[in-house]
Every structure is written in structure tokens, then in C-alpha cells.
Design a protein around this ligand. Structure first.
Ligand SMILES: Cc1cc2nc3c(=O)[nH]c(=O)nc-3n(C[C@H](O)[C@H](O)[C@H](O)COP(=O)(O)OP(=O)(O)OC[C@H]3O[C@@H](n4cnc5c(N)ncnc54)[C@H](O)[C@@H]3O)c2cc1C
Ligand SMILES: NC(=O)c1ccc[n+]([C@@H]2O[C@H](COP(=O)([O-])OP(=O)(O)OC[C@H]3O[C@@H](n4cnc5c(N)ncnc54)[C@H](O)[C@@H]3O)[C@@H](O)[C@H]2O)c1
Length: 474
């Protein structure tokens, strides 16, 4: 039996809970996975964006001719890219694990934890033995795992077909000639972009009528149109059957069409890793979607048990998990001065071609809330740098509350969207009036940020909300 002050289940964002503030506590760090450090580092944000960057380079070469730069892409050396990416990531994961293993105040346990009672844990270690942990406080930071439709799993099992997920697809032994991507969300789109840019023939089967359909409709429609130019996109379909054939795998889709492919990638959502954890024995309640119920301070329904990140958050995003980890780290150290999770103005980006970024409400959500909105859709191509890029499809859409003069949503589809959106996030986070943001500072000419400036200038705001205290630049 190991007796500690704090047990942390999950070494992703949970690994950052060991702050200087808590240097006098003893910890158990429990990690079930084959690798240490969680999703973002090993199979999520970091490797995907290392692949995305290569995809951007390849795409730039392919598209240069449009601007008068003729270049030919010979090949993307997939195995070299893969080995470079994981040759950098794997040592970081291993060093992180070694650091914890050597830590004075930490017991590192490599195995799967489950509750046997309030703050009592049983850990089935990877070497087949079992360890027990009793902790003053427990943090559930177990993240989420990739899921696929049950029917798909049954069909694949029957035929002995491997269904890849984002956990495995980046380590394929070679670049596949053909890939079927199932899903129309974040992971499906980023992977379709990467593999297609690398030279794989990509077919996308998406259930909805458009791709990334949780985005604002204008954004989703613009992206879907751009995606159709790059891949064979079959919207309104689900895969009903998978069969092994002589030259690969044939998938039958619900519209009756078929796709013969080499690799099947399912990207149909990630479910919080909260199953089989004995949470009922600890008194930890779950939402219907398997997320741990937490209050604004990260406390679960069980005394002394906390949760953060994908296990409990409504946002499966690393910047949110990081924020929640900082809040819980503070709260563990300062029980009389609790901080709260802030889930306002949570932005997200999809690293595709074109890129997408969004913050706040979509137009549909703003209308449903009865807000008196003003909207401006600014074409990149109508600003100087967008013109230089000969851009004809990219947009920045801003939505503001006419009455308060505040932004309620911002959405971009186009180059550098994930960077350009930051002033919009800032404005919402600090509750700055649009008028102050747009007129109270310089915007560099002719930078691409003029897309955002011009979008904001195009809003039809109530004049009484104009700046009074800090006058705009003349
Ligand atoms: C392909 C992909 C790309 C992504 N790209 C982005 C991006 O660009 N930007 C972004 O913001 N977000 C991105 N995300 C999401 C982001 O990775 C997650 O939101 C974030 O990593 C969640 O962190 P976490 O600490 O909650 O969970 P994790 O990092 O998943 O950590 C949980 C850990 O708990 C362990 N565990 C689970 N159950 C147990 C148990 N019972 N006992 C012991 N250990 C257990 C797991 O093995 C895991 O290591 C991406 C995700 C994926 C899959
Ligand atoms: N750039 C980023 O920030 C980034 C990148 C990757 C992942 N993520 C995070 O990881 C999460 C998980 O990613 P994801 O792409 O797996 O999930 P997602 O929720 O973004 O997309 C899931 C897709 O699968 C489809 N789907 C669900 N069930 C289905 C079924 N039974 N049959 C057919 N299609 C089905 C949905 O319609 C949707 O298109 C994201 O929501 C996001 O929060 C973020």
C-alpha cells in the first residue's frame, strides 16, 4: 500500500500538477498507456502539427504555379518525416517518464487505476502485479479515447481488417496509396489534409451534409467546397460494410457506392476515459456523455476528488486542459482561495488547407439567443495582402451585439486563420468594445491582419457605443 497526499491518474495535463506550490506534498502519478505524457505530446496536437507543417510545404510547392512559380513536388518521404517526428517526440516522453521516476516526492506507477473506495485506488501494473494507493486527494486526468461506430468494428473484425485511429495512423509503415477517412470532424479533416498533401488518394465519408458542421454555416460551407477540390468527399454517408478484396479493402457506403482503399481511418469522436474505473465506488458522478461531473473549481461529486481535461471538460482541447490543470494545481495548494475554470471565449483551430479558427457563437447560435446582431463577412481578397495572395475564397466573419458593441463570435477560414483570430479572442476575453479594439490601435499595413481590421470596421454598431474614454487614433 502506497500512502500519498495526492494521486494523479493520467500523465497528460495531470503531469503539470506537480508545481512548486505543492513541492512539500507526496504524489502518486499513475499512467496506464504504453507511453508517458498523454495524448497531446504522443499522438495528438504535437505530432499532427509536425505532419501538418510538412503538408503545408508540399501544398505550397504544388500551388506555386498559380502565382507564376513553377515547381514540381517529387515526393514526400513519409518514412523519413515519420521518423523525424517521433525521433523528436519519443525521447521527450521517455525523459519525462524518467524525471518522474527519479522524483523524490513521486511514486510513478505504470498501470491502470480504478477506485475501490473513496480515494482508495487499485492499480493493475503493466508487469501484471497489483498495487494499492491511498491518497488524501485524487485527480482524475484520464483524458479521452478514440471511438468508432460499433457496426464498423463488427464488419472489420469479421474480415480481419485493421481500423486505424489517430493513435496509429501516423506510424504506418509506409505512405498508403489510398485512404478512406471516416468522419467529418477535426481529426478526420486534419488527417485527410496531411495524407492527401503527402500524395495519398483520400476519400472522405462524412455523416453530415457538410464537413466541420459544428462551425458557423458560412465557414463549414466554404471549407466543404474547398475540401471537395482536394479529396473525394461523400457527405451524407456512413460506412455499412467492410470487405477484404484482392487489391485492398472495399467499403460499402450507405448511398450504395463503394470505395476500395488500402487504409481505413476512423475519426468519429473521442469519449472520456472514465469506464471501468469504479467511479461509483468513489461517489464520482458522470454526465450522460461519460464526462466526470465537476463544479467550476474542478471538484467532482466526491470529497477530495478532482477532475480536469478531456475526462470532464466540455472542450476536448489542450489549451483548455492546461488551463484547468493550472486551476486545480492552485486549488490543491490553496483550499481556502479556490480558483474557477473559465470557459468563456474558448477558441479552436483546425489545421487544414484552408485553415479554420473560431471563437464564441456561430451566427445560428447568436440568432437563437435572440441577440440583436450585426455581421460582417470580410473577404481576404479585398484586403491588400489577400490580394497579393490572389485569394478568392477565404473569409473572416465577425458577429457583434449591436446593443453592447461587443463581439459575440469570430470565424475565419483561410491562410493563418489560427493566428489571425487572436485579436478577436482577446477582445472577447477582456470584454473590450469593438470600437476600442478597431480604432484604438494601429494595424500594420499591408499585413494580413487588415482582414480582421476591415471585418470589424464593417460592423454596423450602435454609435453610442463609440469610444469615450480613450479616443481612437486620428
Ligand atoms: C489527433 C489529435 C490531434 C489533436 N490536436 C489538437 C490541437 O491541435 N489542439 C488542441 O487544443 N487539442 C488537440 N487535441 C486534443 C488534445 O490532445 C486533448 O484535448 C488533450 O491532450 C487532453 O489532455 P488530458 O490531459 O485531458 O488527457 P490526455 O493527454 O489524454 O491524458 C490522459 C492520460 O491518462 C491515461 N489514463 C487513462 N485512463 C487511465 C487509468 N484508468 N489509469 C491510469 N492512466 C489512465 C491515458 O493513458 C493518458 O495518457 C488533439 C487530439 C488528437 C487525438
Ligand atoms: N486542431 C484541434 O484543436 C484538434 C485536432 C484534433 C482533435 N481535436 C479534439 O479532439 C476531438 C475529437 O476529434 P474527432 O475528430 O474524433 O471528433 P469530432 O467530434 O470533431 O468529429 C467526429 C466526427 O465523426 C462523425 N461521427 C460520429 N459518430 C459517427 C458514426 N456513428 N458514423 C459516422 N460518423 C460519425 C461526426 O459526425 C463528426 O463528423 C475534437 O472534438 C477536438 O476537440 C482538436
Amino acid at each position: 500500500m502506497i500512502d500519498v497526499d495526492i494521486a494523479i491518474i493520467g500523465s497528460g495535463s495531470g503531469n503539470s500538477l506537480l508545481t512548486d506550490d505543492l513541492a512539500d506534498r507526496t504524489f502518486a502519478m499513475i499512467e496506464a498507456g504504453a507511453v508517458f505524457g498523454g495524448t497531446c505530446l504522443n499522438v495528438g496536437c504535437i505530432p499532427t502539427k509536425m505532419f501538418v507543417h510538412v503538408a503545408e510545404v508540399a501544398t505550397t510547392i504544388r500551388e506555386g504555379g498559380r502565382l507564376g512559380v513553377d515547381a514540381t513536388l517529387e515526393q514526400v518521404r513519409f518514412t523519413d518525416v515519420r521518423d523525424r517526428v517521433f525521433g523528436r517526440i519519443d525521447p521527450i516522453s521517455q525523459a519525462g517518464e524518467a524525471y518522474r521516476r527519479d522524483g523524490d516526492n513521486v511514486h510513478l506507477l505504470r498501470g491502470r487505476a480504478r477506485f475501490t473506495g473513496p480515494r482508495d485506488l487499485e492499480v493493475e501494473l503493466r508487469d501484471g502485479t497489483t498495487e494499492h494507493v491511498r491518497a488524501g486527494q485524487v485527480v482524475i486526468a484520464t483524458g479521452a479515447y478514440a471511438t468508432w461506430p460499433e457496426e464498423l468494428g463488427l464488419a472489420a473484425t469479421r474480415e480481419g481488417i485493421t481500423i486505424h485511429t489517430s493513435d496509429t495512423v501516423m506510424r504506418l509503415p509506409e505512405l498508403p496509396a489510398r485512404m478512406l477517412v471516416i468522419g467529418g470532424g477535426y481529426i478526420a479533416m486534419e488527417m485527410a489534409h496531411v495524407f492527401s498533401a503527402f500524395g495519398t488518394e483520400v476519400v472522405v465519408s462524412a455523416r453530415g451534409d457538410s464537413l466541420l458542421r459544428h462551425q458557423d454555416t458560412d465557414i463549414s460551407e466554404a471549407f466543404t467546397a474547398a475540401a471537395r477540390e482536394q479529396w473525394d468527399v461523400r457527405t451524407g454517408t456512413v460506412v455499412t460494410d467492410l470487405r477484404r478484396v484482392e487489391d485492398g479493402i472495399t467499403a460499402t457506403l450507405s448511398d450504395g457506392s463503394t470505395v476500395t482503399t488500402d487504409v481505413v481511418l476512423a475519426a468519429t469522436g473521442r469519449r472520456p476515459s472514465t469506464r471501468d474505473m469504479g467511479l461509483d465506488l468513489a461517489g464520482v458522478d458522470l454526465h450522460d456523455d461519460a464526462r466526470v461531473v465537476v463544479d467550476q473549481h474542478g471538484r467532482t461529486t466526491a470529497e477530495g476528488v478532482w477532475s480536469l481535461g478531456d475526462a470532464s471538460s466540455p472542450f476536448q482541447l489542450k489549451h483548455v486542459a492546461n488551463h484547468e490543470a493550472r486551476v486545480v494545481a492552485h486549488n490543491l495548494a490553496h483550499p481556502d482561495d479556490l480558483r474557477s475554470y473559465t470557459h468563456t471565449a474558448v477558441p479552436a483551430a483546425v489545421f487544414t488547407h484552408p485553415q479554420i479558427a473560431s471563437v464564441g457563437l456561430t451566427e445560428e447560435q447568436a440568432r437563437a439567443q435572440g441577440i440583436d446582431i450585426t455581421i460582417k463577412v470580410q473577404q481576404y481578397g479585398d484586403t491588400a495582402y489577400g490580394w497579393a495572395m490572389e485569394d478568392t475564397t477565404s473569409i473572416c466573419k465577425v458577429i457583434a451585439d449591436r446593443r453592447t458593441g461587443r463581439l459575440v463570435g469570430g470565424h475565419l477560414v483561410g491562410p493563418q486563420a489560427s493566428t489571425l483570430i487572436q485579436p478577436l479572442i482577446q477582445m472577447m476575453a477582456f470584454d473590450q468594445p469593438v470600437a476600442e479594439m478597431v480604432s484604438g490601435q494601429y494595424w500594420i499595413h499591408p499585413a494580413l491582419t487588415e482582414v480582421v481590421e476591415n471585418a470589424l470596421l464593417g460592423l454596423d454598431l450602435n454609435p453610442s457605443e463609440d469610444l469615450s474614454e480613450s479616443p481612437p487614433l486620428a
